[in-house]
Write a protein that binds this ligand. Structure first.
Ligand code: ADP
Length: 488
C-alpha cells in the first residue's frame, strides 16, 4: 500500500474523523444513560421515602417505636422490595432499621450515611455498599425524625458496565470497518481519475486522436476531462498545421533546388559554352537562388512570429509616415509595372508597435497590390484613426480574388494562380506573415475583393494600440532585416 497516495491519505483522515465521532457518541451515550438512571433512581427514592414520611406524620403523639415499625413493615415491606429503611428519632434513637434484603445486595447493619443538619432532603451515595440513600428530616407530632431510605445501585452499575464493554468491543470494529470502507470508497471514487491517466499515458504525438472518457458527473472531474479533450483537439490541430507547414515548406524548397541542380549539371556537361549563354545560365541559377532566399527568409520570419518573437522594441509609429516611406521605396517597382501609387489619403495615425514588423505589413500588401494590378491601374494607400482605432488600407484596381479563394488567402503557401504567382517570385507566405504580425499586434485584417475590379486589404489596430499623445514620427530607423522583401 502506498502511504503517500491520495486514497491512503483520504482514507486515514476519514478513519480518524469517524473514530473521533464514534468515541464522542459512545461517551455521550454512556454519560447520558448514567445520568438518566441516577435521576430515575433518585425519583423512585423520593416517592418511597414519602410513604415512610406519611406513616410518621400520621402517627399519633403517643405512638411507640413498635407501632411505627409494624406500619413500615406492612406498607413499605423493605426486605421484600430490596430497600434499606432506617428511622431515627432525634437526636439519636434508631426506632426502625430494615433487615437483610431478599437479593442480599447490601448489608443494612453496615450502612453509614454522612450526617446532614439541613432541613431539606439530601440524596447521597454510599459507595462501599453500592447504595443510594435519601435522608429526609421529618417533624411529626410524635417527635422529630430522620428517615433514611436507600436502594442498591448495583443494577445500574452493572448495566453501565455492560454498555462500556459493548462500546469497547464495538469501537475497534467500527474503526476497522471505517478504515477499510473509507479506503475502498476513496479508491472507487478515484477510479475515473485512474482511467483518465491510463488514457493520457497511451497518447503520443502519433496518436492525438484519442480522447479521455468524459464521466458525466457534473463536477470538477467532468470539467477536467472536457478541458483536457479540448486541449488535445487544439494540440492535434497545431501538430497537424506544423506537419502540413513542414511538408509544404519542403515542397516549396525542392522546386528551386531542382532547377538549380539541373542548370548546374548542364553547365558541367557543356564545358564550351559561349560567354552569353554562360551568363544566361548563371543568371537563371541566381534567379532561383533569389527565390530560395526569399522563401527561406519568409519561413524564418514566420517561425520567429510563431515563436512569439514578434516584437523588437515597441515604439510610437506613424502609419502615414511608414506607408509613405514604403511607397517611395517601391515606386520603382510600380513604375516598372506601369502602376500608379496614390498616397493622397494618408492621415497621421500614431500607434504603438514594432516598427520593422509594421513595415513588413505595408511592404507585403503593397507588393501584392502592385503585382496583381494590370498596367495602367492604381494602388491607393489610406491611413486614418477611424472610431478611435488605427486603420491601414491598401486598395488596388487589379485582377481581384475569386470569392471562393478569399477564406484561404491568409493560409501559408496558398496562391490563387500558383503558376503565375511563382513566376512572380511569390511563395504564398506574404499574407500569412501579414496575418501573424497583425495577430502579434492585436490587429485584425480583412479583405474585400471583386475579380476584375480590384481588392482592398484593411488592417484595423485596436484602440489600446493607439499612442496616447501623437508623438513626432520617429525617423525611418533601419536596419529592418530580416524582412521578406518585395518579390518583383
Ligand atoms: P504570394 O507571395 O504568392 O503573393 P501571398 O500570401 O502574398 O502570396 O498571397 C497569396 C495569394 O493571394 C496570391 O498568390 C494571390 O493569388 C492572392 N492575392 C494576394 N493579394 C492580392 C491582390 N492584391 N490582388 C489579387 N490577388 C491577391
Amino acid at each position: 500500500m502506498n502511504h503517500r497516495s491520495l486514497a491512503f491519505r483520504l482514507g486515514a483522515w476519514y478513519t480518524l474523523l469517524l473514530s473521533g465521532v464514534f468515541a464522542l457518541v459512545g461517551a455521550g451515550v454512556f454519560f447520558g444513560l448514567h445520568h438518566y438512571l441516577r435521576v430515575n433512581l433518585a425519583d423512585t427514592l423520593g416517592r418511597r421515602s414519602a410513604q415512610v414520611e406519611q406513616i410518621l406524620l400520621q402517627a399519633p403523639a403517643e405512638a411507640g417505636a413498635g407501632a411505627i415499625a409494624r406500619e413500615i413493615d406492612t406498607r413499605v415491606a423493605p426486605e421484600f422490595n430490596n430497600r434499606f429503611v432506617r428511622v431515627t428519632r432525634l437526636p439519636a434513637t434508631v426506632i426502625y432499621r430494615s433487615r437483610m434484603p431478599a437479593d442480599r445486595s447490601f448489608d443494612p447493619s453496615a450502612v453509614t450515611v454522612p450526617q446532614s443538619d439541613g432541613a431539606k432532603p439530601v440524596t447521597t451515595v454510599v459507595p462501599d455498599q453500592h447504595l443510594m440513600v435519601r435522608v429526609t428530616p421529618v417533624h411529626a407530632v410524635s417527635g422529630d425524625y430522620r428517615v433514611e431510605l436507600g436502594v442498591s445501585t448495583a443494577r445500574i452499575e452493572e448495566a453501565l458496565e455492560r454498555l462500556l464493554d459493548l462500546l469497547a468491543l464495538l469501537l475497534p470494529v467500527l474503526v476497522v470497518c471505517a478504515a477499510g470502507g473509507g479506503y475502498w470508497l476513496v479508491s472507487w471514487a478515484l477510479r475515473p481519475v485512474d482511467r483518465l491517466s491510463q488514457t493520457a499515458e497511451q497518447m503520443s504525438l502519433q496518436n492525438l486522436s484519442l480522447r479521455l472518457p468524459v464521466v458525466p458527473s457534473g463536477d470538477a472531474l467532468e470539467r477536467l476531462s472536457i478541458s483536457f479533450n479540448t486541449m488535445l483537439g487544439r494540440l492535434r490541430d497545431s501538430v497537424q498545421t506544423s506537419r502540413r507547414f513542414l511538408a509544404d515548406a519542403s515542397h516549396e524548397l525542392r522546386t528551386p533546388l531542382t532547377v538549380i541542380k539541373g542548370e548546374l549539371q548542364e553547365l558541367t556537361r557543356e564545358s564550351h559554352l559561349a560567354e552569353g549563354d554562360l551568363h544566361e545560365r548563371i543568371g537563371s541559377v541566381l534567379e532561383e537562388v533569389a527565390r530560395l532566399e526569399h522563401l527561406v527568409s519568409g519561413l524564418l520570419v514566420l517561425s520567429r512570429l510563431d515563436a512569439g518573437e514578434a516584437q523588437g522594441a515597441w515604439v510610437d509609429v506613424d502609419l502615414a509616415e511608414l506607408a509613405l516611406n514604403t511607397a517611395e521605396h517601391m515606386q520603382l517597382m510600380a513604375e516598372d509595372r506601369g502602376v500608379e501609387i496614390d498616397v493622397s489619403e494618408l492621415q497621421k495615425t500614431v500607434i504603438r508597435g514594432d516598427r520593422a514588423r509594421l513595415k513588413q505589413i505595408v511592404v507585403n500588401l503593397l507588393d501584392n497590390a502592385i503585382r496583381f494590378t494590370l498596367r495602367g491601374g492604381t494602388v491607393s494607400l489610406r491611413t486614418a484613426a477611424d472610431n478611435a482605432a488605427g486603420v491601414l488600407e491598401v486598395a488596388d484596381t487589379g485582377i481581384g480574388i475569386p470569392p471562393a479563394a478569399i477564406p484561404e488567402v491568409f493560409d501559408r503557401f496558398f496562391r490563387v494562380d500558383e503558376g503565375r504567382s511563382r513566376e512572380d517570385g511569390g511563395a504564398g507566405l506574404g499574407l500569412a506573415i501579414v496575418k501573424s504580425i497583425c495577430l502579434a499586434h492585436g490587429a485584425e485584417i480583412e479583405v474585400r475583393s471583386r475579380p476584375e475590379f480590384g481588392s482592398c486589404f484593411r488592417v484595423t489596430f485596436p484602440k489600446r494600440s493607439l499612442a496616447p499623445a501623437p508623438a513626432p514620427a520617429p525617423a525611418p530607423a533601419e536596419p529592418e532585416a530580416p524582412l521578406a522583401g518585395p518579390k518583383g
